[in-house]
Design a protein around this ligand. Structure first.
Ligand SMILES: *Cc1c(COP(=O)(O)O)cnc(C)c1O
Length: 366
């Protein structure tokens, strides 16, 4: 069976190093906000070409805390509208709501699956104060155009890079110098995954960073002195220690993912399958390799019968979820088409050449 993502294989390759780290964390007996977290924050900030990195409990909290940080700084207010792609993992939208803000959904481009910048302007009202961009499946959204819209309309830009570790730092354009804040998740299956929950925020904004270091820890920098109404969302020492071991391999892992993607893109030849569009001007770290096909269930079953596991990211669009009853009647045809047709092929740095060849062969025979 070719797994969609063989996490066991990926993490087993670190096993003896993990055990050493566990020993050293036990030895130091310091479990929350210590040296490992600080080391990781510094290393990840550098990796992302960012001045600050704040380790937090998970990717969802990273997003919520960015919004709360901007609210604390007076740049956003409860009830403000935030532009967000209709085609995203639901966490992006939940984070906006959790911070007391109002999500405004925008259709994606069918080719890239990412937000269509041409549709943003018509949705901007006097209450629109921010854009939450999602770099879905690991492909950077069209940030130059989005930043231009943001500057013209005085909007804060926040990036959900939970699927795009490494895509932003490698970008050669001016993006990294812009003042956006970026949320990362280290959920085990992400391109940089912990052995449990974890997340981080990167930013170049010193005021925001200061607030965030405090907000994640009950709103205090100095113990028992609460400056802000904060939360408890910290990156564990043990998870930070594991991430410190994995971060040095992230670029190589992403390169392996791109090589798998390149093979899929050049070798899969079947007119029932629409391959993802890879715009080479936008960095792509292939968190997922997502194809489209009209009869998705049939293709998924066929692959499974041939020993190939696939997944669907995602089967139900946010606006059709029961949790958002008031949106259920909205019509986003491109988002809905994507949710009906997408299928994620096996993708990981641990896939062997033979495994990729087998997936290609089976798909070409379909
Ligand atoms: C995984 C993910 C999140 C949430 O991250 P968690 O660490 O699971 O909270 C947010 N947005 C996107 C796009 C994701 O893929």
């Amino acid at each position: 069976m070719i797994k969609f993502l063989d996490l066991k294989k990926i993490n087993e390759s670190y096993e003896s190093d993990f055990q050493e780290k566990l020993k050293s964390v036990l030895e130091n007996s310091w479990y929350i906000l210590g040296k490992e977290t600080e080391t990781f924050e510094n290393a990840f900030a550098e990796y992302c070409n960012s001045k600050y990195c704040i380790g937090v409990g998970n990717g969802f909290d990273a997003l919520v805390l960015i919004f709360k940080g901007y609210i604390q700084l007076g740049k956003l207010q409860k009830g403000d509208e935030v532009i967000v792609p209709a085609n995203t993992f639901v966490a992006s939208i939940l984070a906006i709501l959790e911070a007391g803000l109002i999500p405004v959904l925008i259709e994606p481009k069918l080719e890239t699956y990412n937000i269509n910048p041409d549709l943003i302007l018509e949705k901007i009202t006097s209450k629109t104060k921010a854009i939450l961009v999602v770099h879905l499946y690991g492909q950077l959204a069209e940030m130059n155009q989005i930043h231009a819209i943001a500057v013209q309309n005085n909007l804060v830009v926040i990036e959900d890079a939970a699927q795009a570790h490494g895509a932003i730092s490698n970008q050669k354009s001016a993006i990294k110098n812009k003042q956006s804040s970026v949320a990362y998740s280290f959920y085990p299956g992400k391109n940089l995954g912990a052995l449990g929950d974890g997340g981080a925020i990167t930013t170049n904004d010193p005021e925001l960073a200061k607030v965030l270091f405090s907000l994640r820890n009950y709103g205090c920098q100095k113990k028992y002195h609460n400056e802000f109404v904060g939360v408890n969302s910290r990156l564990d020492e043990l998870q930070a220690a594991f991430l410190n071991l994995k971060l040095p391999n992230l670029n190589e892992d992403n390169q392996k993912r791109r090589e798998v993607a390149r093979r899929y893109l050049t070798e899969i030849k079947n007119n029932k399958i629409i391959l993802p569009f890879w715009d080479f001007s936008h960095n792509h770290v292939f968190h997922l390799f997502v194809i489209r096909t009209e009869n998705r269930n049939e293709l998924q079953n066929y692959l499974l019968e041939n020993g190939i596991q696939t997944m669907i990211h995602y089967p139900i669009p946010p606006h059709k979820q029961k949790a958002f009853l008031h949106w259920n009647d909205l019509f986003f045809p491109i988002t809905e088409k994507i949710h009906n047709e997408v299928l994620s092929l096996p993708m990981s740095p641990a896939l062997t050449n033979d495994e990729v060849s087998f997936v290609v062969e089976i798909l070409n025979q379909y």
